[in-house]
Design a binder for this molecule. Structure first.
Ligand code: TYC
Length: 102
């Protein structure tokens, strides 16, 4: 009657891509030599922090040894780390910046 079709249908459901990307924390580390003003400048320039937030983060790192600059996708975090390390090297400061998976 229906041309030999056994009646089995293939149903394909599409699913909206909602997978969240892996996120990475960008951290700066304390050292004894990098000037406080340079760290504040870096936080304002590369992490869009206000003067007040930048100062708060810098003092947190100065006191605790490490602090968070922001959380980004892999490529953005990698770019931020490179920008900070390049600026530090250019000014001959030992400031260290790293990223870690959240
Ligand atoms: N400890 C530095 C000083 O006393 C200031 C400093 C703060 C350096 C934060 C690095 O990530 C840093 N000049």
């Amino acid at each position: 009657p229906n041309g030999g079709d056994s009646g089995t249908a293939v149903v394909t459901k599409t699913r909206t891509a909602t997978k969240r990307p892996n996120m990475y924390r960008v951290l700066i580390l304390n050292d004894d030599y990098t000037p406080m003003e340079f760290v504040v400048h870096v936080l304002m320039r590369f992490f869009q922090k206000s003067q007040e937030d930048a100062t708060r983060i810098m003092l947190h790192v100065h006191t605790n040894g490490v602090g968070e600059c922001g959380v980004y996708t892999y490529e953005v975090a990698e770019t931020k780390v490179t920008q900070v390390m390049d600026a530090a090297r250019k000014h001959q400061h030992p400031l260290q910046c790293v990223m870690e998976k959240k």
